[in-house]
Design a binder for this molecule. Structure first.
Ligand code: EPZ
Length: 433
């Protein structure tokens, strides 16, 4: 198994180009199931979760090719409506094929995802919403068997004003739940109204892609999304558009912002979207970090780190996917920080490993109290999940001596060549095969 070795203490300096967003590319890849025409995508990140989704689509009959950073996907005729456990246990986001399969083929057989290191992660809200749209769903032997002659939106025919029909209300804000239902509704009869929809930028990206294929979606990025069902969707590339360009990865952006902060460095991040980073920018500025935003750039200069408190929230609140990275920063702050993880029930797996490096972290339920220390000391540590692994790398960048991060297959699920990007800006970091 690969591991990453870091000799800490070097302030980072230079420029890093941000890649495409894994969590936008995953639903957009699943959405290609909705049309029999070819789609062309740009900035699809080369990370393991994406490779898994591409293999799953190929197992369903997709032809996928890549040339000059353009990924072409064509699913003329599906050969299977199944996403077996082998796929879902590897990547729970495989459940994103549920909505598109039901909408286009009227059936879907998808393994019920189990829990993971960060929580139980049920998909009850996905299934309840699909049932409301007329899907018959049976769950047995760990498989979801869903059938629907034709999914139905609200009762109103498309475009009737004022909008009628039963809104589909999400009891909790769910990112992939919103994405699954939005995709299902594109080909449903009538109008579907989603309330308490998740507002993450990745949902806007998916809606832009779907509308570029002929869907009729408004309100993405707000808590009410309205989808007027259409009869067919085209391939994105057919409509004379250039390949669809996936949005920049806001969590990769945030991870490198913290890398500049924790090493007292000076980084210029390019091809990012500062508009997606407002809650993190606000919090990092409170720690004393200097941040200048450009149209698609962020310039970060690390300073002495003041301790700050934060709570993870659905977008536009502070993202749970940045909690582990911010905890690493707080371990070397000048005071006490209270961190509340309000999205997932067990997303502090990185705390025990940071303690091995000398961090002072006290856990109480979904709260963590971090008492900043003068210096961390390098040690062998073990990644437990994707964002925990980036947190340990950030700690290694500032720790005295050598840090060995093990089980970095977690890291490779969501970061493309992170050690190469960091070594280009001065980090002493290398991967041992
Ligand atoms: C997405 O997961 C992201 N994954 C996660 O990123 C991210 O942490 C999460 O959203 C929150 O922002 C992808 O986009 C592929 P949720 P998702 O449904 O959609 C509960 C990463 O590091 N819930 O928004 O699975 C759930 O248990 C990954 O890139 C239900 O109770 O998250 C959680 O407490 C990790 N029932 C909360 O809602 C449901 O049916 C938010 O989950 C669905 C969710």
């Amino acid at each position: 198994m690969d591991k990453i070795i870091i000799s800490g203490g070097k302030p980072l300096s230079g420029e890093i180009e941000i890649g495409g967003a894994k969590n936008a590319a995953l639903p957009i890849l699943a959405a290609t199931l909705l049309s029999s025409e070819p789609h062309q995508l740009k900035r699809v990140p080369k990370v393991v979760d994406i490779f898994t989704m591409q293999k799953l689509l190929c197992a369903m009959g997709a032809q996928i090719s890549e040339q000059d950073d353009v990924c072409t996907i064509e699913i003329k005729q599906i050969t299977s409506c199944e996403a077996q456990y082998e796929w879902v246990k590897t990547m729970r986001a495989s459940v994103l094929v549920l909505g598109p399969l039901l909408a286009r083929y009227g059936e879907a057989h998808v393994s019920l995802p189990g829990g993971c290191a960060i929580g139980v992660r049920p998909i009850n809200l996905h299934l309840t919403a699909l049932s409301k749209m007329g899907a018959e769903i049976v769950v047995e032997h760990g498989m979801i068997h869903a059938k629907a002659k034709k999914l139905k939106g609200g009762t109103s025919p498309a475009r009737q004003r004022p909008l009628q029909g039963m809104p589909i209300h999400f009891e909790k804000s769910t990112v992939t739940g919103t994405e699954n239902i939005m995709m299902a509704a594109t080909l449903a009869e009538g109008t579907t109204i989603l309330t308490n929809a998740a507002q993450e930028p990745e949902i806007i990206d998916l809606a832009c892609f779907l509308n570029g294929c002929g869907a009729d979606i408004t309100g993405a990025g707000t808590e009410q999304i309205v989808i007027h069902g259409v009869s067919v969707l085209s391939g994105f590339s057919r409509r004379g558009c250039t390949p669809y360009c996936i949005m920049p990865d806001r969590i990769e952006t945030g991870t490198f912002m913290v890398a500049a902060a924790i090493t007292g460095g000076d980084l210029m991040l390019r091809d990012c979207n500062p508009g997606h980073m407002e809650s993190l920018i606000r919090l990092l500025k409170k720690t004393g970090v200097e941040i200048t935003s450009g149209k698609s750039t962020l310039h970060i200069r690390g300073k002495a780190i003041r301790a700050v408190d934060f709570t993870t929230m659905p977008y536009p609140g502070f993202p749970t996917d940045m909690q582990a990275q911010m905890m690493a920063l707080m371990t070397v702050s000048n005071g006490l920080s209270k961190i509340t993880e309000a999205i997932f029930e067990s997303r502090f797996g990185h705390a025990a490993e940071l303690r091995r490096m000398g961090a002072k972290i006290y856990l109480e339920g979904n709260h963590a109290i971090v008492e900043g220390v003068k210096a961390l000391s390098g040690a062998p540590v073990m990644a437990s999940d994707l964002r925990a692994s980036s947190s340990l790398i950030l700690a290694g960048l500032v720790a005295e001596g050598e840090t060995e991060v093990l089980r970095i297959y977690h890291l490779d699920r969501g970061y493309e060549k992170i050690e190469e990007k960091l070594s280009k800006v001065g980090a002493d970091i290398r991967r041992i095969q």
